[in-house]
Design a protein around this ligand. Structure first.
Ligand SMILES: [Zn+2]
Length: 147
């Protein structure tokens, strides 16, 4: 996988994430359907967004670490306006923030869940969505005990 800075998939009109070189391990793991984040060798904590040093103790000694993929829905918003043509057929849709059991919060989408069924605090598990540009998105869905 190469770093990619192209933002728009011209076939679908969908905007794609930037893939910065320092984020490649995250995106490559997502393609394997694994969620990895940086974990500090000093304090043991994980974090997101990706950065050069631990935001908790400022150590620059860390490694990529596989996360459990389990978390809870921390908060969400529902978009009713399509900010680009791609979203015209998708509104209203939710953007959610998931707090992983390891602590970091990811801004993502909740698959397989009607808007009316979204609840703050609901248990969620990681899932993956293949999109154009050879990119796999880290998404979430309700944990089984919820459904
Ligand atoms: Zn640390």
């Amino acid at each position: 996988m190469k770093p990619a800075y192209k933002m728009l998939d011209e076939q679908t009109g969908r905007y794609l994430p930037f893939v910065y070189p320092e984020e490649l391990p995250f995106w490559e793991a997502a393609r394997r359907h694994e969620l990895v984040l940086q974990r500090c060798d000093g304090c043991g904590r994980a974090w997101y967004p990706i950065g050069p040093a631990c935001p908790h103790c400022f150590s620059t000694k860390w490694d990529w670490s596989r996360m459990s993929g389990r978390g809870t829905l921390h908060n969400y918003v529902v978009y009713h306006k399509a900010w680009t043509p791609y979203f015209e057929s998708r509104v209203p849709y939710a953007v959610v923030q998931v707090e992983l059991e390891e602590g970091p919060r990811l801004t993502t989408n909740l698959l397989g869940c009607a808007l009316a069924d979204i609840r703050i605090g609901m248990p969620v598990v990681v899932d993956y969505e293949e999109i154009p540009g050879d990119i796999t998105l880290v998404q979430f869905r309700p944990a089984k005990e919820q459904s």
